[in-house]
Structures are given as C-alpha cells and as structure tokens.
Design a binder for this molecule. Structure first.
Ligand code: AMP
Ligand code: GLY
Length: 416
C-alpha cells in the first residue's frame, strides 16, 4: 500500500480481511497502519525506492492511494516491469492531474459539466472575467491539494485569484494555466466506479464535508467527515450518473488511447436530480473511503485482481444496506498552521463497533500514538440509519483526546 492517510488505513483494514492476503507493507503508513501491517520508511513519491522494496520483499500486488504518485507515473513504472498494480497510468490519471485535459475530454464526449474556458495567457483570462457575472469559478490546471479552486464573489476577487495562480505562481506549475468555469448551485456527491477499462461496476456513493466549521463555514479542508450512501440518492440519479457520466468517460478514455483501470472518482453537483461533473479524481476519496470500505461486502482484493485481469464483468460487487458515517479529528489550527507531537489518549476506551482510521499519527518511542499531521483520525461507525451511526460516533469522540483537537459536530446531520 502506497500512502499514509486514513484512506490508506481503511484500505489496508479492508484488504486484511481477504483470505488471500498474507502480509501487507505500507509505504510510508502511519501510527494506525503500524498496528495492523508493516510500515516501510519510504515516501509515497519515491518511485524507484518503492519498486526496489516491492522486488526485495517479493510483493505480489501494489495498491496506490494518493494522486501524486499516479500523476508521476508509478503505475506505468510497475507495469513495464510486469509488477501488478492497482492505480491509473500517468496518461489515464491526467483526468485528475490536468483540469484542462479533463474538461476538453468532457466537452468532446458531451459528458454533463459546467461550461468553461481554458487560459494559458494571463491578459486573456483577465479580460474574459471582466465580462462575467459572479460568482466566478477559477481553477488551476494542475494538482493543488484542494488549493486550486477559488469561487470568486466579484470580478476583483476573480482577478486576484488569476494573479495568484498565473503571475505570483503561488501553486508553482500547477497554476500556470487555468480554467474559468460556470458556477453551479446544488448539493455535492462523490461517485466511485471500479473499472477494468471496458466494464464499469458502479462502486458506491458518498458525501463529504469540506469546510472546517459547522454549518459549512470557514476555509476548505481535505474533508472533515462524510457518510455513505447519500440520503438523497435514488435510482434515476444513479442511472444517470452511471450511463451519462461514469461509463461514457471510461469509454472516452479508452477511445483516446488512455485506458483507465482502477477506481474513478466523480465529484458531482446535483441539481433537480441531475448530476454534472465538477472534477474527476484518479483514486479513492478521503474521507469517503473511510465510510465506504465498512459497507463493502465483497473481498476488495478480488475486485482489484479482477480489474488487473480485465475480468471485472464476471464479479458481483455487494454493499451492505447499512449506512456508515465518519468524523475527522483534526489538529488545532488545521487547515492553517498547527503543532504536532501531542499524545493521543482514549483510543482503547471506544465501543467495539466504532472504528478509528489514522492519518497524521505516528508511534512514539514508548509505543504511545502521537499526532503527526493536520488531519489526525477518522472515527467511523455503521448503523441502520444515519442517526444510529451518528449517535455511536459522537458518543465515542469525546473519549479521544489530544491537545487542541477539533472536529465538526454536524456531520451527517440531515436538516431537511
Ligand atoms: P474541485 O476540486 O474541482 O472539486 O473543486 C473543489 C470544490 O469547489 C468543490 O467541491 C465545490 O464545492 C467547489 N466547486 C468547484 N467547481 C464548482 C462549480 N463549477 N460551481 C460551484 N462550486 C464549485
Ligand atoms: N474528498 C475529497 C477528495 O478526496 O479529493
């Protein structure tokens, strides 16, 4: 397993349940993966180091969690050596790593998405936004870890964002080119499709909460919690997502000579029970993975091997009827500046049916788990409905403690 987040901890937790899995190594992993697998001191971006470790340790199958290594071609590097891997190739992963490519693909193949225009020239972008009516959506072309999207409420704010991306180069190369996009109102949903490049199995759906504070206030984060499946999902919407978005996109990538194998993540905006694509990602979501893996009844390794062998069509993927929700515990100050190295207490006092997936944690010298990042833990439970799952998680959260920790109180609270 390549990566170190709660997403990777949840994937390792699920893969360990497969009778065919004998041993799991995680590079670099975290304090939670160290409890159930063996961490390797190799960065997720060190592709030569990962290949060497996989060869030395006789690893049969590698799973890539984050987008960075995929965009850098980790899957291609494994595949040319005949080493099986779960993760999109560099060309396929451009669906995430280049918003300009992703948009042009959607436009060419008429995949529902907001109207947009790409710019490689600063002056042209500025003169274009002067004619737009706010809100105006400005997006950096490249990977920006969530910092590449600005929803400007005025033309001046949009120009300031273009300045930051294209002139001041605050995101480096990722912001050299941009797109300017139509603003869409509605509610967001994440769709995950497993595909072997031909057959697409709709995996499942989830919702995440990106803002740091309750009632969706404060700055965007990597996600403060989530739940699955979305309560507003229905068969009409699911059919539209599969038949007008996920399957056509996978077919389009195939036709463009970029066959996509792995999991395709559609970030969707829903309005009037119709979905449009805000972005695609070439990987599982975080925190979505932490709330979809507990619902997966099928052996995850079987799914990954079926994709590798192009036999996904023959596999039945089953999900529990139960719902699942999870809340992220973060360090004080996150998503801004925060301190790390604080002991985490109470992890051994939780109810049996509550799961904790670690992200920014490490094991201290005395075996104590310490904070090591902004996003620290995702605390997860399943239930017959969201209320039951919420009650379990929120009853257990106060038992976990570390200095200055914070979390949202309104995850999966349905107000309508
Ligand atoms: P993205 O990384 O493209 O998913 O954008 C990050 C977040 O910005 C999304 O989760 C949405 O909340 C918001 N967003 C992106 N594009 C749009 C859009 N065209 N209209 C409204 N909100 C958007
Ligand atoms: N949940 C947002 C992401 O994984 O990109």
């Amino acid at each position: 397993m390549v990566g170190s987040g709660a997403r990777e901890h949840a994937l390792v937790w699920k893969l360990k349940q497969s009778p065919r899995v004998t041993e799991i190594f995680v590079a670099p992993g975290n304090g939670g993966t160290a409890l159930i697998a063996q961490n390797l001191d190799i960065s997720a971006s060190d592709i030569p180091g990962l290949i060497k470790a996989a060869l030395d340790l006789k690893v049969n199958f590698t799973v890539v969690g984050p987008e960075g290594p995929l965009a850098a071609g980790i899957a291609d590097n494994f595949l040319i050596r005949g080493m099986p891997v779960f993760g999109a190739t560099r060309m396929a992963a451009e669906i995430e790593s280049s918003k300009i490519f992703s948009k042009s693909l959607m436009q060419k193949y008429k995949i529902p998405c907001p109207g947009s225009t790409a710019f490689t020239d600063y002056a042209a972008a500025v003169s274009f936004v002067k004619k737009q009516i706010p809100p105006i959506v400005v997006k950096a072309d490249g990977l920006a870890a969530g910092k590449g999207v600005v929803i400007a409420q005025s033309v001046a704010e949009a120009i300031a964002a273009i300045d930051e991306f294209m002139q001041k180069k605050t995101l480096g190369e990722a912001g050299q080119n941009i797109i300017i996009e139509e603003f869409l109102a509605g509610r967001e949903m994440s769709a995950f499709a497993f595909t072997d490049a031909h057959f697409t199995a709709m995996a499942t759906y989830a919702c995440d909460y990106k803002r740091v504070f309750d009632n969706d206030e404060g700055p965007n984060t990597g996600g403060m919690g989530g739940y699955s499946p979305p309560y507003f999902l229905n068969i009409t919407l699911a059919d539209q997502v599969l038949n007008t978005i996920m399957q056509p996109t996978i077919n389009a990538l195939h036709d463009e000579g970029r066959p996509y194998r792995g999991v395709l993540y559609g970030g969707l905006m829903i309005n009037n029970n119709q979905a449009k694509v805000l972005e695609f990602n070439a990987r599982f979501g975080d925190p979505e993975t932490q709330v979809i893996m507990p619902r997966l009844k099928t052996d995850l390794l079987d799914i990954m091997l079926a994709i590798d062998e192009r036999k996904l069509n023959g596999l039945k993927i089953e999900w529990a009827d139960e719902v699942c929700m999870g809340v992220v515990m973060a360090s004080g100050g996150y998503p801004g500046h925060y301190e790390t190295g604080y002991p985490i207490t109470g992890l051994d006092t939780l109810d049996k049916d509550v799961m904790v997936f670690h992200a920014g944690t490490k094991t201290g010298s005395n075996g104590q788990i310490l904070t090591a990042g902004g996003r620290v833990l995702t605390v997860v439970a399943t239930g017959k409905d969201l209320n039951e799952a919420r009650k379990k998680v929120y009853a257990n959260l106060p038992r976990i403690n570390f200095k200055d920790c914070h979390y949202r109180k309104d995850i999966a609270l349905i107000k309508e």
